[in-house]
Design a protein around this ligand. Sequence first.
Ligand SMILES: [Zn+2]
Length: 358
Amino acid sequence: MVRVRQLPNEEHVPDSYGAAPDELGIAPEVYQALECHLPSGLVGAPAEVKRYFMRSILQNYVPSPAQRTRTQNQREYRERILSAYQPLHQELYTDDPSIFLTPTFLQAITVNTEESITSLMMEVSPGVYAFHMLKPSFCEMLMAEANHFFTWARTADQRIMSPITLDMPAAGRGACLFDFGLQGMLDNLMKNFISPIATVLYPEVGGSTLDSHHSYVVEYDETDPARGLHVDDSEVTLNICLGKHFTGADMYFRGIRCGNHINSGMHDEEHFVHPNVPGQVMLHHGSHRHGVFPVTSGQRVNMVMWCRSSLFRDMKKCMNDFSGFCGECQFERTARQVQHLQELTARISINAQEDEAP
Ligand SMILES: [Zn+2]
């Protein structure tokens, strides 16, 4: 296995790797950039030898043909929408955080200490935080924009891709917020405001290295089935209830689990329920098993950000103990420690009896 240099050799002039991407879709520029990170013993080797080693690294990151097709389809879908859709509220597309964040929240993040951040939060259960972050006017604008988008899609006969792969009968109507042009604003929101919080609250799941997100808006009313128990495809999830008026729709949680224990049972202390409160943000581990009870009247609209860390996802492949966050791994580790202690106590007791024997 080749171990690459963390810092590139700036003085090295890389070989040429042709003019077009190879059959894996890797561009020549990628090989050239990676070559500057190769260990010194390999840098002087023929280009084909270096390409062989670099491919062995890069193929772990190359999407499958099916993934590439999906990405291409999504890009074309998004370009089609962005070329035709006229936003309702241009203010949403701004980079000015004072438009959408409350002054108290903005101040706490600007100070950026553990105390200033935790002072904003109410830990409603271990690992789940509730707080206020967005101005009511922003919540109203975002709901109106989503509604405007759905109306436009119907008029333009534009099919909207579901923002989540549902493992149950379709629930609610939703759209990815990137699809109507909010990527820039949301990228800044994650980088400048969610990452500092996740750094403090979720270091065990790469909270300090969040580098991408999937963000969407979703609406439910009483005709929709409940959103059943699930985990998110995220390290950290930000779930904001934007409105409107509704009853029901409480969230329930059933413990944080690693991939090995996703279907394991629940311990009593892991079960709790928290209401969806308009204007309130809920922040939790993506791997915190949760669901939402049905809306019993009115309409609920939420904005959800699944924040991800590619570094943590790479690290996870080499890990087999997730007791840093998984309730079941912690339970098993404690059971092992108790058993070890009992065996040790029994051994000491036998030794003491043998010492006392005449
Ligand atoms: Zn586990």
